[in-house]
Design a protein around this ligand. Structure first.
Ligand SMILES: NC(=O)c1ccc[n+]([C@@H]2O[C@H](COP(=O)([O-])OP(=O)(O)OC[C@H]3O[C@@H](n4cnc5c(N)ncnc54)[C@H](O)[C@@H]3O)[C@@H](O)[C@H]2O)c1
Length: 275
C-alpha cells in the first residue's frame, strides 16, 4: 500500500505519487519559541507522543507525526490540523527499516531538514516472569524500545548536523528506577535508554546536538491502564499524570532555554525515586 503524507501549509492541497499533501495557512514560520524548527515524534498518534506533537506544534514547530497505522496517522493529523497546527503525517513502525527510511524521506522532501527527534514509540508485550520471557518477546521489546531510537537517529543525525544544532529526547520510564517485577524485559529496555541518552550525549555534543531523556511515571494513557491502580500509593502529588505533564518538559528540552542541558534523564512522575 502506498504511504500517505499529509502536509499543512498555506491553504493548498497537493497529491503526487502516493503522497497526499495537504496545506493550510499555519505553515512553518508561525510564532513561538520553536518557530522555524522541524520535529519528528515517533509513536505520536496517541497518548504521550500525541501530547508532545501537539505541544511542539503549538510552540511553533512543524511536526512530523507517525505511528504504525495509516488510519491513526490520518486521525491525529486531522485533529492537529483542526487546531491550525503545522503537521506532516506518515506511517512509521519504528522497528521496520523500510518505514524508518520513509520517515527520513518525508523529513527531507517535505520539511527540508530536522531540528528535533522525540522517540516516544514503545512496547510492552509481556506481563510475567522475566526468565519466562521467550526470545521473541525479548527481541520485540529490545528492537522497538532500544534499537529503533538508535537506528532512527543514525539516519536522521546527518540532517540535523547540516543545521549545526539539534535536540533529541528519548522516552524511558520510571520503571527503569523502580522496577516492577512483572515487567522485566520492559524495565530493562527502559534502563538501557538511560544509558543510550548519556552515551549519545557524548557522541553528538561535538555536532551541536543535545540528547536528553523524559522519564514518565504513571501517565494516563491506553498504555498504562493496568498500572494505574497499584502505582497510586507512591505518588507524592496525589494524582495520576497526564500526557500534557510530559509535553511541557519535552518542549523545554528542545527550546533554546535548554541549550546548556544534555545527557540528563528527567522524571515526570509525581514523586522522586531519590527521596
Ligand atoms: N503511560 C505511562 O504510564 C508510561 C509510563 C512510562 C513510560 N511510558 C512510555 O511512554 C511512551 C508512550 O507511551 P503512551 O503511554 O503514550 O502509550 P500509548 O499506547 O498511549 O501510545 C503509544 C503510541 O505509540 C505508537 N506505537 C506503538 N508501537 C509502535 C511502533 N512499533 N512504531 C511506531 N509507533 C508505535 C502507538 O500507535 C501510539 O501512537 C512509551 O515509550 C512508554 O513506554 C509510558
Amino acid at each position: 500500500m502506498l504511504p500517505t503524507v499529509a502536509y499543512i501549509h498555506r491553504g493548498l492541497f497537493h497529491s503526487c505519487a502516493g503522497l497526499s499533501v495537504r496545506m493550510t495557512s499555519s505553515g512553518i514560520g508561525q510564532k513561538g519559541i520553536l518557530a522555524n524548527r522541524v520535529a519528528v515524534v515517533t509513536g505520536s498518534t496517541d497518548g504521550i507522543g500525541f501530547a508532545i506533537a501537539r505541544r511542539l506544534a503549538r510552540d511553533g514547530a512543524l511536526v512530523v507525526v507517525s505511528s504504525r497505522k495509516q488510519q491513526n496517522v490520518d486521525r491525529a493529523v486531522a485533529a492537529l490540523q483542526g487546531e491550525g497546527l503545522s503537521v506532516v503525517g506518515t506511517v512509521c513502525h519504528v522497528g521496520k527499516a523500510e518505514d524508518r527510511e520513509r520517515l527520513v524521506a518525508t523529513v527531507v522532501e517535505h520539511c527540508g531538514g530536522l531540528d528535533f527527534l522525540v522517540c516516544s514509540a514503545g512496547v510492552n508485550p509481556l506481563v510475567g516472569s522475566t526468565l519466562g520471557a521467550s526470545e521473541q518477546v525479548w527481541d520485540k521489546i529490545l528492537e522497538v524500545n532500544v534499537k529503533a531510537p538508535a537506528l532512527m537517529l543514525s539516519q536522521l543525525v546527518p540532517h540535523m548536523e547540516k543545521r549545526g544544532r539539534g535536540a533529541v529526547v528519548l522516552v524511558s520510564s520510571i520503571s527503569a528506577y523502580v522496577p516492577r517485577v512483572e515487567l522485566g524485559p520492559y524495565n530493562i529496555s527502559k534502563t538501557a535508554l538511560l544509558s543510550l541518552t548519556r552515551t549519545l550525549s557524548l557522541e553528538l555534543a561535538p555536532k551541536g546536538i543535545r540528547v536528553n531523556c523524559l522519564v514518565p511515571g504513571v501517565i494516563k494513557t491506553d498504555f498504562s491502564k493496568s498500572e494505574i491502580i497499584d502505582m497510586c500509593s507512591v505518588l507524592l502529588l496525589s494524582r495520576i499524570g497526564q500526557p500534557e505533564d510530559c509535553a511541557g518538559l519535552v518542549s523545554f528540552l528542545c527550546s533554546p532555554d535548554a541549550s546548556y542541558i544534555t545527557g540528563e534523564n528527567i522524571a515526570v512522575a509525581g514523586f522522586s525515586s531519590r527521596l
